[in-house]
Design a protein around this ligand. Structure first.
Ligand SMILES: Nc1nc2c(c(=O)[nH]1)N[C@H]1C(S)=C(S)[C@@H](COP(=O)(O)OP(=O)(O)OC[C@H]3O[C@@H](n4cnc5c(=O)[nH]c(N)nc54)[C@H](O)[C@@H]3O)O[C@H]1N2
Ligand SMILES: Nc1nc2c(c(=O)[nH]1)N[C@H]1C(S)=C(S)[C@@H](COP(=O)(O)OP(=O)(O)OC[C@H]3O[C@@H](n4cnc5c(=O)[nH]c(N)nc54)[C@H](O)[C@@H]3O)O[C@H]1N2
Ligand SMILES: [Mo]
Length: 785
């Protein structure tokens, strides 16, 4: 069953800038609703500060010299959500059987508050019941030992600290498997694959300091106002220096248009807002490869003309000759496409692409920021590589103020990969791990997210342990995954809040409640600190300060140590218990395994802003097989091979699944998407006016949405209410995770296997929602307050 609670939409285009009073009200509102006023306001002063905690929301860099209040609207919501005084304890579970909770919305499940006790699912009664920690560890360990190592999946969601993550991968490998999927498999794996091949590093090359020196910023498919709002401050500063910002996005995201700094009294009281984007190009969904090809075509034309007229070159030929390889293939592609073709594929006119090229050519230091609008496509890796191609043309990598800037999702998702969470044993220092810890790293690849899902579907995966996350709700193909998930013989979830994944416990389901990162972590009475790596490769230390939600909570490090001890034979040489008592010992081990990155970590992690991990590309040392940065020609301009086979089908729209301004992934804070003008609902679909009319529909009508590929499998979501929106014809948008049932598991990016959640071919069917549906249609007061 795909859980969806239709609610009638109220829609009024948002007239204000992002930030501003709307943002301040929204923060106050959630503090109130979550009954978080006891701890959260104080905690907010510690957020992203040297003596405080790393925001549990996004991965954007935290400056070394923070503002008095270094947080954004959505970071404050995340803090309130974690520090809520509401509890979901044993009495809650005694009252509500799991079968009943399956009818609850994501919002209702999480807003009930923090999990307080370790719980085991009791199949006979259908309820979760409280157990003692020691019993949980013992029984989980015993059950794990009965399973073949490669039939167990160790998932990590990208929040856990470097310390916990390092222990996690060691636990999995000591157990005998590389089955280490993490949330980046649904997120920036296209980046890891694409950048590694193009410039020899799997991560971005831009740091916060680059924003102070850049003279042009491109934005592709990233919604800064909702998903990394703290970045609006450096953007605003850049705009004050007249730095042009050129955006490519199918919809006009408010945060990319105008911003009022909610922490500036003069801006809050005055009429001024900062215009963020100086050019805004509403590219078609999946049209970016064509758009960038158009920019490159225009640059080549300018360069040829300059050369013919004896003027200074437009391309950086010296850089290209010394540092790169493969330009010819890209030039051939650009020459091989007519403008009309590029216009049709991108949805932009030639003038728009030339305008972007002109500003690009005028600027010495250009950076490109991008997000899920690029990576979550069938050609997600190619999209990323096209951006690198554009940067390389004028030497915009390895130069202050320039570079590539993927905006990572979770606060430590990048760091988890750095300390070994990956399914590919070739990416970890196998010899060191084996010599230091007396383990055998399995030589064969393990399962990443999509393959783990396949294993769950075909029954070969039998055990699943999740370190955070709401896996079952975040992955594609909900309607096929949920029943298959029940076939798991062991299902262990380490979590802070109840979510839908927990409601499919299988025969042995465990729910282990952990401390959040904002909470003070004391082991045997001694305060512990932890570390993370942000989106710009900066590693730094943090400390939780608030009183834990329950005395029964355990730290993630402690849970992993205990599970490992209960499961493994003890023949390996991992000092689990000593590590639990003193996290500095874990950091020492990390530094021993990865000395180049983490040497002297214990002192360097306290430097203002943290220390930056060394990156070859930053210094123009290209760790690619050729020793050069690689231009990579795209295979074609088509967004999606699945749909390209049926160009005659004009009833098919490309659907992107988006986050609202009131959610963190599958955590739904509320039902307002303020910047997009939607109030009181998430069951909407944004459509272009011509498409609405063409299909004989009207704004306000209800439709079901059906996946238009693989017709033998029915994938359908609805009813959703139509909002007429400023979105290119042929494109549609609706919310994630409600629409995940529409994404076929196999519909993922080539090579990176990131689910193509931003381009799902769909058709619409008008429906009249019946009275049963409308029972849920009126949002409760609480939801819209
Ligand atoms: N408050 C908050 N912050 C978050 C999160 C959250 O849910 N809430 N999630 C975190 C995580 S894990 C991640 S990965 C990031 C996600 O942050 P984003 O990368 O911003 O992800 P999305 O919200 O999915 O939005 C993607 C943007 O891409 C655009 N887009 C879609 N398709 C295309 C396309 O084909 N071309 C172009 N050019 N644009 C396109 C959409 O219109 C949208 O603006 O944010 C992190 N931060
Ligand atoms: N259709 C579609 N699907 C998508 C996406 C999309 O854009 N469209 N985006 C994808 C992306 S980019 C991502 S990253 C995924 C992520 O999707 P999710 O798995 O939803 O990510 P989380 O925010 O990690 O999961 C939330 C849960 O983590 C638990 N949690 C919170 N804090 C902690 C903590 O400190 N420790 C522990 N152990 N648990 C904690 C809580 O129980 C909470 O319910 O979704 C992906 N799925
Ligand atoms: Mo993500």
């Amino acid at each position: 069953m795909n859980i969806i609670h239709p609610q009638a939409a109220r829609y009024r285009p948002y007239a204000d800038a992002s930030g501003g009073w709307g943002s301040a009200f929204s923060v106050m509102n959630i503090l109130w609703r979550q009954q978080a006023l006891a701890q959260a306001p104080l905690a907010l002063f510690k957020q992203n500060k040297p003596d405080g905690f790393a925001c549990v929301s996004c991965a954007w860099a935290k400056p070394g010299n923070p503002h008095a209040l270094e947080f954004c609207e959505n970071g404050a919501k995340a803090t309130a959500w974690e520090l809520t005084s509401k509890k979901t304890g044993p009495d809650f579970f005694a009252q509500h059987p799991v079968s009943e909770l399956r009818n609850w919305s994501d919002y209702d499940l999480e807003r009930h508050g923090r999990l307080t006790h370790p719980l085991r699912f009791d199949a006979a009664s259908g309820h979760y019941q409280a157990v003692e920690w020691e019993q949980a560890y013992r029984e989980i360990g015993a059950q794990l030992r009965t399973l073949a190592p490669d039939s167990v999946v160790f998932y990590a969601s990208g929040r856990a600290s470097l310390e916990a993550s390092f222990m996690w991968q060691l636990f999995a490998r000591a157990f005998g498997t590389n089955n280490l999927p993490d949330s980046s498999n649904m997120c920036h794996e296209s980046t890891s694959v694409g950048l590694q091949e193009s410039i020899g590093v799997p991560v971005g090359t831009v740091t916060l300091a680059d924003f102070e020196h850049t003279d042009c910023i491109f934005f592709f498919g990233q919604n800064v106002g909702s998903n990394s709002p703290r970045m609006l401050h450096p953007l605003q500063e850049a705009r004050k220096r007249q730095v042009p910002i050129i955006t490519f996005n199918p919809i006009r995201e408010r945060g990319l248009e105008r911003f009022v700094n909610p922490q500036s009294p003069t801006e809050m009281l005055g009429p001024e807002s900062t215009i963020i984007s100086t050019q805004y190009h509403q590219v078609k969904i999946g049209g970016d490869t064509a758009a960038v090809m158009g920019i490159i075509k225009a640059l080549l034309a300018m360069d040829r003309e300059a050369s013919a007229q004896g003027r200074a070159a437009v391309l950086d030929h010296a850089f290209i000759a010394q540092h790169t390889e493969g330009l010819d293939s890209v030039v051939a592609e650009a020459d091989g496409h007519e403008w009309a073709q590029l216009e049709r594929r991108s949805g932009l006119d030639r003038g728009a692409m030339e305008a972007a090229a002109t500003v690009y050519a005028r600027s010495d230091k250009v950076m490109i920021v991008y997000g899920m609008g690029m990576t979550q496509h069938r050609h997600g890796v190619q999209n990323v590589q096209m951006l690198v191609n554009l940067l390389l043309l004028r030497g915009n990598i390895g130069k202050v103020g320039a570079g590539i800037c993927p905006v990572r999702g979770h606060s430590n998702v990048q760091g988890q990969r750095t300390v070994g969470i990956t399914e590919d044993p070739a990416k970890v220092p196998k010899d060191k791990l084996e010599a230091l810890f007396g383990i055998q790293v399995p030589p064969h690849k393990g399962l990443a997210t999509v393959d783990a899902c396949k294993g769950i579907l075909d029954g070969s995966v039998k055990g699943f342990i999740g370190l955070g996350g709401n896996f079952l709700r975040a992955v594609p193909d909900t309607s096929r995954m949920e029943p298959a998930w029940e076939g798991l013989s062991l299902n262990v979830q380490v979590a802070t809040k109840l979510n839908r994944t927990h409601l499919f416990p299988g025969s042995n389901g465990w729910l282990l409640p952990c401390l959040g990162r904002i909470e003070s972590d004391r082991q045997d009475g001694v305060e512990q600190v932890y570390s993370t790596e942000d989106s710009t490769g900066c590693v730094r230390a943090w400390k939780g300060t608030s009183t834990p939600a329950s005395e029964h909570l355990r730290a993630e490090v402690a849970i992993i140590a205990a599970l490992a001890q209960a499961t493994l034979s003890g023949a390996e040489r991992v000092p689990w218990e000593a590590w639990r008592r003193d996290y500095a010992l874990i950091r020492a081990a990390i530094a021993e395994v990865y000395p180049q990155i983490f040497h002297d970590m214990e002192t360097r992690m306290w430097e203002p802003g943290g220390f930056h991990r060394p990156l070859g590309a930053y210094e123009r040392k290209w760790t690619t097989p050729s020793g050069k940065a690689q231009f990579v020609a795209p295979q074609g301009l088509d967004e999606d091979d699945d749909v390209a086979t049926s160009p005659s089908r004009r009833d098919v729209l490309q659907l992107m699944t988006l986050r609202s301004n009131d959610q963190f992934n599958t955590t739904v804070y509320g039902y307002n998407d303020r910047f997009r003008g939607v109030q009181g609902t998430r069951t909407v679909i944004f459509l272009n006016r011509s498409d609405i009319v063409r299909f004989g529909l009207a704004a306000g009508d209800w439709v079901t949405v059906r996946t238009a590929i693989e017709p033998e499998v029915l994938r359908e979501v609805g009813p959703l209410q139509i909002i007429a929106y400023d979105i290119p014809a042929g494109c549609a948008a609706a919310y994630y995770p409600e629409c995940n049932a529409l994404v076929p598991l196999w519909h993922h990016a080539e090579r990176s296997k990131v689910p193509a959640a931003k381009s799902v071919p769909v058709t619409l069917r008008k429906v009249q929602p019946g009275p049963a549906d409308l029972e849920h249609a009126l949002p409760t007061k609480d939801q819209v307050a």
